[in-house]
Design a protein around this ligand. Structure first.
Ligand code: N01
Length: 566
């Protein structure tokens, strides 16, 4: 982009799905880039999440890159839902095939990023103390990458081995003859519990909130199945780009409350038998918006739990209650409920008998000591903002990102935050990110960012920033959309409710992947409406925004957004 070879066009942070694709796209577009990765290998979330049973719960034909038809054609997925090691194999293949590794410095954490407003450059400092200068700062740090500890007194005194699912060691952990405890029953806990039942001496599950777990129906893929998927990849991806969740499964617009009991039963049985993560949510249009509709699904799944779990008192504890189905992320698992029929698996209901402390021998709840050799914390993440706020990011006037976001993250379109020019957040808060197909959300964001940087280069513009009014209107719109749904009725990580002291603001955009994609494209087509752009010459001469006249347009565009629908 510029002449000075010591100045990079962009620094990218991370080498998971997002970082790898950002390296590829920005490099192909002719930008000079450097990526930093804290781990000693690529893979991002999959690099760290190697716990037993770890696998993605979107089907491989959705949860994979779509940018290269050759890559799609040559890659053989062995199973419907790939394990973390299969995903690592895939991502390593992508890194090798497109020569991405040469742009990544491993074992290097980015510790700070400070914007120099005179020079219009980001000074990015790493754990080695070295600072590099770049025009753009692109954290591709993932939405679920900073593990959340369980915040239980005495945890450091535990005498056995302690692990967090989100920081699993890279060596084999032997559970033979071990008494293992798992704290947490979200997606990670559900997977690790299924994998360890029967593989250790005794498994104790500490459950604070029972979740909805629907069958995964995972299976190996035959060559014929793979051929069928390949034949329809193009069409599937094209449809997915327009849908609410970024996958090519039709969403019904019918109402669950208006359907007859028999109609509902038939649909729900079908969803149970032919399940995928979003199956139940697709059955009726009002499931995530109407409590009575939602309760029909919730009660159907509770009925299945009662059928599978033989001990009625245990089944009763496993029944999810107190939040609508789908508002905490549902989990997938083929054997989850049946593991509780084993004599060597015990469920501790923390609502009835809370954890008091951890001692060297194990976990003490209000009904006594549970002796353990291994403690696994499947206690989740400081989601959506944790990885960004771990970096000391400072924008205009030296303002810290943590100060700006002290009452909740604010962005325009989840792509930029006002006061922090030339910083793009890949699948940032305020975008659909984790409420849609992540790999598709990542490609959409990275494509948009690349086009934007090309536009700036072609028009000699050296600064882009989210407009204040556009940002406020967008965040209002995000809140307005979620308020029409049931999502605010659950203490979820979407809301930041799982991290003590974190501001509780619902951050993912719920308007749907397709709607959001169109919005981003329209904004770009209108000359990056709502953003403030500054020409290089003007930067040098004064601080007057080149599209100051867009200020009103931005405000009215933002006001127009408020009319959007979920
Ligand atoms: O984390 P979670 P996760 N004492 O936050 C409990 C993605 N993912 O790692 O609900 C006792 O969902 C907490 O209880 P509660 C996916 O998007 C995907 O499982 O707060 N319990 C909850 O049960 C997922 O949603 C895949 O009452 C405590 C659990 O810990 C996201 O990652 C696989 C506690 C945390 O559940 C996060 O999933 C894995 C305490 N002090 C993850 N603190 C796939 O693709 C927390 N808990 C398959």
């Amino acid at each position: 982009m510029g002449q000075d070879s010591t100045i990079l066009d962009a620094v990218i942070v991370g080498s998971g799905f997002a970082g790898l694709y950002a390296i590829k796209r920005l490099r192909d577009a002719g930008f000079s880039i450097q990526a930093f990765e804290a781990g000693d290998g690529i893979g991002g979330t999959w690099y760290w999440n190697r716990y037993p049973g770890a696998r993605v719960d979107l089907e491989c034909w959705d949860y994979s890159y779509s940018f290269s038809p050759e890559l799609q054609d040559e890659w053989d997925w062995p199973e419907r839902y790939p394990t973390s090691s299969e995903l690592m194999r895939y991502l390593n293949h992508v890194a090798d095939r497109f020569h991405l590794r040469e742009s990544i410095q491993f074992n290097t954490k980015v510790t700070s990023a400070v914007f120099d407003e005179q020079a219009n450059l980001w000074n990015v400092t790493t754990s080695y103390g070295k600072t590099v200068k770049a025009r753009f700062f692109v954290p591709a740090t993932g939405v679920l990458s900073v593990p959340k500890p369980p915040e239980i007194p005495g945890i450091e005194t535990f005498g056995g081995q302690t692990y967090h699912t989100g920081r699993w060691p890279h060596h084999e952990v032997d559970f033979t003859n071990k008494r293992v405890g798992v704290i947490g029953t979200g997606s990670s806990g559900i997977q690790v519990i299924q994998a360890l039942a029967g593989k250790c001496k005794h498994l104790t599950v500490f459950q604070r909130t029972a979740v909805f777990v629907v069958p995964a129906k995972n299976h190996p893929l035959t060559p014929a199945m793979r051929a069928r998927v390949r034949a329809t990849y193009g069409e599937r991806r094209a449809i997915s780009r327009l849908t609410r969740f970024g996958i090519a499964v039709p969403m019904s617009s019918e109402s669950a409350v208006e359907a007859t009991v028999e109609e509902r039963q038939k649909k729900y049985e079908n969803a149970w038998e032919n399940s995928q993560l979003l199956g139940f949510r697709m059955c009726y249009g009002d499931i995530l918006a109407d409590e009575a509709a939602n309760e029909t699904v919730a009660e159907f799944i509770r009925g299945k739990i009662r059928e599978i779990v033989k001990k009625p008192d245990v089944a009763e504890k496993l029944l999810p209650r107190g939040f609508p189905f789908g508002t905490k992320r549902p989990c997938l698992g083929d054997t989850y409920y049946s593991v509780y029929n084993r004599d060597d698996v015990e469920l501790v209901d923390l609502r009835a008998t809370p954890i008091e402390r951890i001692v060297p021998e194990g976990v003490v709840t209000s009904d006594g000591l549970h002796e353990l050799d291994v403690l696994i914390c499947a206690t989740g993440y400081d989601a959506l903002t944790g990885a960004l706020t771990q970096i000391d990011v400072r924008g205009l006037g030296g303002r810290k990102l943590t100060d700006k976001w002290s009452e909740g993250a604010k962005t325009y379109l989840g792509l930029m935050t006002a006061g922090f020019p030339n910083l793009f957040t890949v699948t940032g808060p305020g975008s659909p990110g984790p409420l849609a197909n992540m790999s598709m959300s990542i490609e959409q964001h990275v494509d948009w960012i690349t086009h934007c940087m090309e536009h700036l280069r072609d028009h000699n513009i050296d600064r882009i920033e989210a407009g204040q009014h556009a940002e406020e209107a967008w965040m209002q719109h995000v809140q307005e959309i979620v308020s029409r749904t049931l999502y605010l009725k659950a203490n979820s990580w979407y809301l930041g409710a799982n991290v003590p002291g974190k501001p509780q603001v619902f951050l993912p955009y719920l308007g749907g992947h397709g709607t959001y994609r169109k919005k981003c494209d329209d904004v770009a087509a209108a000359g990056y409406e709502g953003f403030v752009l500054r020409h290089r010459a003007e930067s040098e001469a004064a601080n007057e925004p080149v599209n100051a006249g867009h200020g009103e347009a931005a405000r009215s565009a933002a006001a127009g957004m408020l009319g959007g629908g979920a």
